[in-house]
Design a protein around this ligand. Sequence first.
Ligand code: CTP
Ligand code: CA
Length: 223
Amino acid sequence: ENHMQEKLPLRDKRVVITAGPTYEAIDPVRFIGNHSSGTMGAELALRAADLGAAVDLILGPSALKVQHELVTVHNVVSGDDMYEAVHKVYEQCDIAIASAAVADYKPAHVAEEKIKKNDDTFTIHLVKTKDILASMGEKKKGQFLVGFALETQNEEENALKKLKKKNLDAIVLNSLRDKGAGFKTKTNKITFIDKDGSITPYDLKSKKEVAEDIFDQILIKTT
Ligand code: CTP
Ligand code: CA
């Protein structure tokens, strides 16, 4: 054992992170998805690992390669897959962060064959997906649970509502108001809100730096 390792604040801790989009199949060749790149979640995973934690990164379809001795990547496709993968590791973890952009709805039925073009209009019946983060909140036994919120109106109020509803310890409000924040960018502008309602706004910065800010907050609240 070297001395560096002993000083790391998340040594002996397990961290679970969800990241990336989900793909909800329509037929064998089509899906409903979104533009999430998974970058924010990957940066969170690397930061947690650099702090000494053993990390399970549950990653939806993404081109990202996340390489760190302490990070195990679990590649998943759909929201249902992500739910299963999360609950295999969630009970044993100390800190969990949900940064995935999980599809809110999925096709009620997946066609077995490629759907042929026929009428001028075509309707896909959608049903709600499982709320993975809410299920983590329900099963919480001492884990420090952090969610993300993407809001376009009454941002802080809605984020705090989400925190309460899903039984979270903190929520990271992702502001889309600033150009340069969000899905297709290398930067994010966040506000960290904890369950006591204390609100910390941050400047627009790289997702790597945002990951550092988020773990600084988590460390204050857990140690
Ligand atoms: N989330 C999840 N499973 C879902 C939907 C959302 O785990 N099926 C998580 C996201 O990873 C995020 C948080 O819940 O951490 C909030 O996601 P968001 O899309 O902002 O909120 P929703 O609860 O889906 O509500 P809405 O989209 O209507 O605002
Ligand atoms: Ca949603």
